[in-house]
Design a binder for this molecule. Structure first.
Ligand code: KIV
Ligand code: ZN
Length: 390
């Protein structure tokens, strides 16, 4: 039987850390409601200690969200945790996300500390968070570069202290998929009491591997993926929600499912892009403008004959009405005839030959031929010629 993967969306926290992407409380509320409708299991609403505005956003999101868990970030610092608990106070299903860096580099250069003291702080943070909420997620920051044995020790101690979720962030986007998968498997096999918590992946995209690493994580025992809409986030971004959701949906043999309503993905992507003022790259998987657009003659001919020749996802599945046949100088006769057919113009062979020749001349001068161009070509080379002959 397929197993459920929890989708933890951090668009409003890790995503919003992107320079220039700051949202006001109203925008955050609107996006939080949309994320709930999309079906995300957990909404990381913000980092309440970071500013009074973020506190307010988390508080108000906690008030309106009915089904998703609402999560607030904190460091392993008493004031952070108390503030997160206050901000989450109205939530029906609150989660405090607390943690600390566990890699050698973080222990030495960020905290000037020792491994033993880091464990003490981690345990104290989880114990304090547990006084306010049942659901406490612990993050081992820079877990990607943390030695597995030490990571397992930290995880064992925080599970003992009551952590319900163990977040294993590849904070710097350093890991390769097999390394990250092995890390998750190692934790699954070596953390004492692991059956009391779920493992979560949180990947950054510095090497373009965030999605691959997240999938490796679930194949090795993680049951939650942390991700953002459009993959936005610190530096090169986080795992993209739409990518992992559609991989899980399309590749059923993996044996997983999510609760995401995939038909809402495109609309959600546009909404986040618009509110944050970050355009989506046209070739972005799943939600980019070209994700279902075909422009070379060979591909167009294949798609027109049978969509699955060149598409592995039905565009309706992600809320796109239909695949686009884009006319450029690389397009062929089949595409031209198809686009005329969409304009209710059925061309005979001779007409198609005439129009194709003129189309290519125009297409060599323009990036893309649009409907108005097609109608003008038809008028000039078919209608007027016909009138002249008559
Ligand atoms: O990337 C990271 O390590 C994080 C943590 C704060 C969870 O975003
Ligand atoms: Zn992160």
């Amino acid at each position: 039987m397929a197993e459920k993967i929890q989708i933890f969306d951090t668009t409003l926290r890790d995503g919003e850390q992107v320079p220039g992407c700051k949202l006001n409380t109203q925008q955050k509320l609107e996006l939080a409601e949309a994320l709930e409708s999309l079906g995300v299991d957990v909404i990381e609403a913000g980092f309440p200690i970071s500013s009074p505005g973020d506190f307010q956003s988390v508080y108000q999101i906690a008030e309106i969200i009915k089904h998703s868990t609402v999560c607030g970030l904190s460091r392993s610092v008493e004031k952070d945790i108390i503030t997160a608990a206050e901000a989450l106070q109205p939530a029906r299903s609150p989660r405090i996300h607390t943690g600390i860096g566990t890699s050698d580099v973080h222990i030495k250069y960020k905290f000037n500390s020792t491994p033993e003291k880091i464990i003490e702080r981690a345990v104290a943070a989880v114990r304090l968070a547990k006084k306010f909420v049942y659901d406490v997620e612990f993050y081992a920051e820079d877990a990607g570069r943390t030695e597995n044995e030490f990571l397992a020790k930290v995880c064992t101690e925080v599970v003992k202290a009551g952590a319900t979720v163990l977040n294993i962030p590849d904070t710097t986007g350093y890991c390769l998929p097999d390394e990250y998968g092995d890390k998750i498997r190692y934790l699954k096999e070596n953390v004492k009491g692991i059956d009391k918590a779920i493992l979560s992946s949180h990947c950054h995209n510095d090497l373009g591997l965030a999605t691959a690493n997240s999938i490796a994580a679930i194949r090795n025992g993680a049951r939650q993926i942390e991700c953002t809409i459009n993959g936005i986030g610190e530096r090169a971004g986080n795992t993209s929600l739409e990518e992992v959701v559609m991989i899980i949906k399309q590749r059923k043999h993996l044996g997983f499912f999510t609760n995401i309503h995939s038909k809402m993905l495109t609309e959600m992507s546009h909404m986040v892009s618009d509110r944050m003022g970050i355009p989506v790259q046209p070739n972005k998987a799943i939600v980019g403008a070209n994700a279902f657009a075909h422009s070379s003659g060979i591909h167009q001919d294949g798609v027109i004959k049978h969509r699955e020749n060149y598409e592995i996802i039905d565009p309706h599945e992600v809320g796109v009405n239909e695949s686009a046949i884009i006319l450029t100088a690389r397009s062929g006769r089949a595409a031209l005839a198809y686009r005329y057919r969409n304009l209710d113009i059925e061309l005979g062979k001779e007409q198609l030959d005439i129009l194709y020749k003129n189309f290519l001349e125009l297409a060599d001068q323009k990036k893309e031929i649009v409907a108005e161009d097609l109608l003008r070509l038809y008028d000039e080379h078919i209608v007027k010629k016909h009138k002249a002959v008559v």
